[in-house]
Each structure stands twice: as C-alpha cells, then as structure tokens.
Design a protein around this ligand. Structure first.
Ligand code: NAP
Length: 231
C-alpha cells in the first residue's frame, strides 16, 4: 500500500483524485493539502503534511505559482512527486530538476493525465515527421489560470523536436469546455486533424493514479510526460 498525499485536494481535479486514491486497493489517502484545510487529514501546508502523514508520494494539482515551491518541498523531504499542476516557469523547472537530481528524488511532471491526450501527442509526433506544417488549437474552461496550456506547450516541444519547426498555438477559453486540443497538419490539397476531447475532470484521474504508482521507479530528476510510465 502506497501512502499518497494530494496537494490541491479541494480543487476541481484534486477532489476526484482524493476520492479515487481512497477507493484504490493499493493506495492509501495519507492526507489532503489546501490552504483552506486544517484538522483531521487536512493540512494548509505541504511540508507539515509530509512530516505528519509519512507520505510516500505527493500528487500536486494546485496553481502555477505554487508548483516550484511544492516540488522543492517534496524533494527536500525525499518524497517522489507527481506534478499535475501546469504553467511552472522554465527557470523553475530547471531548478526543480537540479534539486531532484542532487537529492536522487524523482519528479514526474504530467501536463496532461488523460490517456487520449498522451496518444494525441504521440500520433502528432508521428504525423509531424511527414507533415512539418502544423498548428495547435487548445480550448479550456474559463477558470484556467495559464495560457497556452501545458499540454499545448508540450505538444509544440515534441513537434519541434520531430519536424524542426515549432507550430503556433491558439488558446480559446470558453464556457462549456473542459479541456480539448486539436493538432492540425496541412499539405497541398489536404489536412489532417488529431483531436483530443475531455468532457469531465474524471478523464484525468486514472492517469494521475498511474503516475503515483510508478513515479518511485524513475531516477532522480525532473521527468516530463505520462507516457514515461504508460507502456
Ligand atoms: N495534468 C492534467 O491532466 C491537468 C488536468 C486539469 C487541470 N490541471 C492543472 O491542475 C491544476 C489545478 O487545477 P484545478 O482546476 O483543480 O484548480 P482549482 O479548482 O483552482 O484547485 C486548486 C487547488 O489547489 C489549492 N491551492 C492553491 N494554491 C495552493 C497553495 N499555495 N498551497 C496549497 N494548496 C493550494 C486550492 O485550495 P486553496 O485555495 O484552499 O489553497 C485547491 O484545492 C492547474 O494547474 C491545472 O492547469 C492539470
């Protein structure tokens, strides 16, 4: 049984992750972290929560401005962390990687926990090798803090590595949307669209639990992408 601490536990994504961890046969919900929590299994502060709960893995789904500090807190405590929070600055990611390597603690950053999104990125890389002219359109709910999305930036990174050119990203924020992304490829007289659609945050929960189960098997350092533990 792996003891999992969920940081961002009261959020749109954190709450269903807590429920799924609690329901899983092989995981224990060691505690819940959010600034508004306190008492019982709830903590307002991640460092205190790790110390009190003897957590073996942290899942962080909070805010971009808290991501680096939370990663560094888990690393200092020697606890592997799954980062579902998107929007951490590139400089912050470099500092997290350096600290994680030095401490020998794995951090797995997953810009998207949905299996269909991971496959969308994989198929986009395959297409980009043949069709280098591409564009990304990402659509999210209006409360999303960061833009472009972490998934769009990750997809652009992968396509740039495969095709040598970085695709432009368009970001839409609309009521009625959860999280969708299209990658569109163009060539004379033909286009190809690879589209991932999620209709509820439930789409992200199985991937978050999979990452929590497997992050401990990775080497110390910052790793990016659920695909690293998918196959
Ligand atoms: N990887 C993926 O597949 C995926 C999917 C969806 C969303 N996300 C990302 O996950 C993150 C959370 O999204 P959401 O929609 O669940 O947000 P949300 O509903 O606003 O929830 C944020 C949670 O984090 C807590 N929080 C915020 N700042 C904190 C801090 N400094 N310390 C401790 N807790 C803090 C909030 O509680 P308090 O305000 O009480 O602290 C709340 O529990 C975002 O970065 C989003 O982009 C990732």
């Amino acid at each position: 049984m792996t003891r999992v601490l969920v940081s961002g536990a009261t959020g749109r994504l954190g709450a269903p992750i807590c429920a799924a961890v609690a329901a899983a046969d092989d995981l224990v919900l060691a505690g819940r972290v959010a600034r508004s929590l306190g008492g019982g299994d709830g903590f307002p502060d991640l460092a205190a929560a790790i110390a009190d709960t003897r957590a073996e893995v942290v899942i962080d789904v909070t805010r971009p401005d808290a991501a680096e500090a939370h990663c560094l807190t888990a690393i200092a405590a020697g606890v592997p962390l799954v980062l579902g929070t998107t929007g951490m600055a590139v400089e912050g990611a470099a500092r997290v990687d350096a600290a994680a390597r030095a401490a020998g603690v794995p951090v797995l950053s997953c810009p998207n926990f949905a299996i269909t999104a991971v496959l969308m990125m994989r198929f986009a890389v395959e297409a980009a090798r043949v069709l280098p002219d591409a564009a990304i359109v990402e659509e999210h709910h209006v409360a999303k803090v960061d833009a472009p999305s972490g998934t769009a930036k990750r997809t652009a990174d992968l396509i740039e590595a495969a095709a040598g050119a970085r695709p432009p990203i368009s970001s839409l924020r609309l009521p009625g949307v959860v999280a969708n992304q299209s990658v569109v490829f163009g060539a004379p007289a033909q286009t190809l669209e690879i589209r991932n659609v999620t209709t509820s945050v439930e789409a992200f929960v199985p991937g978050a639990l999979l990452a929590a189960r497997r992050v401990g098997g990775l080497a110390g350092g910052l790793h990016v992408g659920l695909e690293l533990v998918l196959d």
